[in-house]
Design a protein around this ligand. Structure first.
Ligand code: ADP
Ligand code: ADP
Length: 229
């Protein structure tokens, strides 16, 4: 077991209860998808895992240790985070963008360089061609691939993805879905993925958690959700 939510509640200052008494276990190496309509609490749930949002009640455990007991920088560096908006640093090259966290973790220069090339290869971008380019010189789909490998750069155990493909056109989106599944076959990380698209959830998830009004409606494998929606 990898991540455990125990009676987790988030109430914002204005009184909105975004997440209500969530109980959930996410396994190591699992591709876990949260799905539900806008406003149901998916992003809040995700951001509580890396403490971008502090929870109001309950506890989240990672590897049986409370997230509040981790050093916050340690926690964030070990949890990759991919956002919907392409969030690359525009003034930095692709190589520099991917190197941010490894540099914070004080990896050796040669090690980082090797890692950058390996990651670019993993998503089908030729390192020679792309490492020195600026984000604006890449297509939307290519930029989002960089967003994904940047989150993987320092080899985190957990990767959070918040609607990472929703700004893309349908073809790029389908291609990235395939690529992320191939990637997951190889790296076997714990991936927690937020979407409001059921097709995408069914295509990607080992298990799917359907949320509504801050609560869990159903958690199951895709096959079971298709048979019993
Ligand atoms: P989702 O990701 O499913 O769209 P969110 O987690 O973003 O849902 O939001 C859940 C609920 O919490 C919504 O009602 C939203 O308006 C509210 N909410 C989110 N962030 C804040 C905030 N900073 N302050 C107050 N309410 C918020
Ligand atoms: P999402 O794509 O997850 O639904 P939103 O567009 O709803 O995100 O929210 C974007 C940002 O605004 C988030 O950081 C969220 O915390 C914040 N936010 C969302 N709803 C509210 C709200 N009612 N009051 C204040 N902040 C909010």
């Amino acid at each position: 077991m990898m991540i455990r939510f125990e009676n987790v509640t988030k109430q914002y200052q204005d009184g909105t209860k975004a997440v209500d008494s969530l109980n959930l276990e996410i396994n190591k190496g699992e591709f876990f998808v949260f799905i539900g309509p806008s406003g149901c609490g998916k992003t809040t749930t995700l951001k509580m895992i890396n403490r971008l949002i502090e929870l109001t009640e309950g506890t989240i455990f990672i590897n049986d240790k409370k997230i509040s007991e981790y050093d916050i920088h340690e926690l964030r560096w070990n949890i990759g985070y991919v956002l919907q908006q392409i969030a690359l640093f525009p003034h930095m090259t692709i190589e520099e963008n991917i190197s941010v966290v490894p540099e914070l973790k004080k990896w050796k220069h040669g090690e980082i360089k090797k890692r950058v090339d390996e990651l670019l290869d993993m998503v089908g971008l030729d390192p020679e061609t792309y490492r020195d380019r600026k984000p604006s010189e890449l297509s939307g789909g290519q930029q989002q691939r960089i967003g994904v490998i940047r989150a993987l750069a320092a080899d985190p155990e957990i990767i959070l993805m918040d609607e990472p493909f929703s700004a893309l056109d349908p073809i790029s989106r389908e291609k990235l879905q395939k690529d992320i599944l191939d990637l997951q076959q190889r790296i076997r990380k714990t991936i927690i993925f937020v979407t409001h698209d059921m097709q995408e959830a069914l295509a990607l998830g080992d298990r799917i958690c359907i949320m509504q009004h801050g609560e869990i409606v159903q958690v199951d494998k895709p096959e079971a959700i298709i048979q019993n929606p």
